[in-house]
Design a protein around this ligand. Structure first.
Ligand SMILES: Cc1ncc(COP(=O)(O)O)c(C=O)c1O
Length: 420
């Protein structure tokens, strides 16, 4: 049984409604950013209309801005299972937050300390840690298994030792869609005495996160990948957010989480992020089976989110399975990563492929002319593309879907690819 029909949900997205008026646009560019429901647009517009101010003032708009920030923090905490909203830090995007934290974390690094990163990761979870080589840190790369695009977890674990101060890795690849066993790897890293920094940018739109169960030290994500505005969020264990020294201006508050939020934040984006989380929670209200998703002490919103992500996950696995079945009909396509349809549960609906003799960019342009939006290149998963030997030849074409895609769209993509 299909867990739900995305068509009624698409009605809330102006980008999709425009399609009904003639242009056939198929959004398969989700790992690069998702479209937003009208409530996100309205929340941002109404922030500017009714509450636009800086924080901490005595007048109404400033007080309402403080409320907007508080609500957003609470909702992000619900989304990530953080419990304490003060462990959520807002920032411009995941990349800026990671550089910001790495700079502070670097002050605890001694020459010879080791940091484990992975070949599966986006460069935003490599470059900030590589910068710490200046302080004498030794960066160790956990290997990608070329044959199926998953992380070689045995190799990752073999790199952990008493010198390991941090393990930074992704929960889901932005190029191949492969999911890592973040809970297991976090445990292994903790056993070695290392802190764990998780990149959940490509995980949050597809799978329910629970930082308290994962027990990670830090986790980052970006609202524009889950139907919200361009904004990043960092979860950090309170003890770390209190102990580490942020680079901040002297008059700014020194309490957690404010001490980590440099300068004036995008309050309008916070309003939009709240609306995106409410959009997801509403899916849980309407489609979810909350009873199977009970979590002791969880807020009502979190219960709805758990139910939503359960329905979304099942539907996306159904899309992945269908995609993997259909792509086999096209022998000219070389698909990287997990290719077996029985692995649909080990991945997000993100796929990378090449066609011999045609550049990935030309394939993406051909698809774009026919209304299919997708990316080609390395999508900043530079190390991964180098490992697959694709960097020199323009990377790969990436098809990335969400719960808003349909079987008919996959059929249209396959027809279009068949005639390339
Ligand atoms: C897995 C992953 N990590 C990090 C990033 C960087 O996120 P941001 O654009 O919020 O800096 C991206 C962006 O595509 C990503 O896919």
């Amino acid at each position: 049984m299909i867990p739900f029909d995305p068509l009624p949900l698409r009605e809330e997205f102006p980008a999709f409604v425009m399609n009904h008026r003639g242009n056939r646009t198929v959004f398969m560019d989700a790992p690069g950013g998702t479209q937003v429901p009208v409530r996100v647009i309205e929340a941002i517009a109404s922030y500017y209309r009714e509450r636009n101010a800086n924080t901490g003032g005595e007048f109404a708009a400033s007080k309402k801005t403080d409320e907007t920030i508080g609500t957003a923090r609470r909702l992000v905490a619900d989304l990530l299972g953080a419990g304490d909203p003060e462990t959520i830090v807002f920032g411009q995007n995941m990349t800026s937050l990671t550089f910001h934290l790495a700079r502070s974390l670097g002050e605890e690094i001694q020459p010879g300390d080791e940091i484990v990163v992975t070949e599966l990761d986006h460069d935003a979870n490599i470059a900030p840690w590589k910068d710490l080589e200046e302080r004498g840190a030794v960066i160790r790369f956990a290997r990608l298994r070329e044959q199926d695009g998953t992380l070689d977890e045995g190799h990752f674990e073999s790199l952990l030792n008493r010198r390991t101060k941090l393990a930074a890795f992704t929960c889901a690849s932005n190029a191949l869609g492969s999911i890592t066993d973040a809970a297991r790897l976090t445990k292994s890293a903790h056993r070695a005495g290392a802190m764990v920094f998780l990149d959940a940018v490509q995980y949050v739109p597809h799978v329910m996160v629970d930082v308290s169960k994962l027990d990670c030290d830090f986790l980052v994500c970006s609202a524009y990948k889950f139907f919200g505005p361009h904004q990043g969020m960092l979860y950090g264990k309170r003890e770390h957010l209190e102990r580490l020294r942020p680079h901040k201006v002297a008059p700014a508050k020194n309490q957690v989480p404010y001490r980590w939020e440099t300068g004036t934040q995008s309050h309008e984006a916070m309003a939009g992020t709240s609306a995106a989380i409410e959009y997801l929670a509403d899916i849980g209200k309407n489609y979810g089976i909350a009873s199977s998703a009970a979590e002791t002490g969880a807020s009502e919103t979190r219960m709805h989110l758990i139910a939503a992500m359960d329905a979304i996950g099942r539907y996306e696995q159904y899309l992945s399975k269908y995609f993997l079945q259909r792509i086999k009909e096209l022998p000219q396509i070389h698909l990287y990563g997990l290719t077996d349809e029985n692995t649909a549960g080990m991945r997000t609906p993100t796929f990378a492929f090449t066609i011999e003799g045609i550049s990935p960019r030309s394939i993406a342009a051909h698809l774009a002319e026919r209304g299919i939006y997708c990316w080609s290149g390395n999508y900043y998963a530079l190390r991964l593309m180098q490992r697959l030997g694709l960097e020199e030849s323009g990377g790969a074409v990436r098809i990335g879907m969400t719960h808003l895609n349909t079987i008919e769209e996959i059929d249209y993509l396959m027809e279009t690819l068949a005639h390339i």
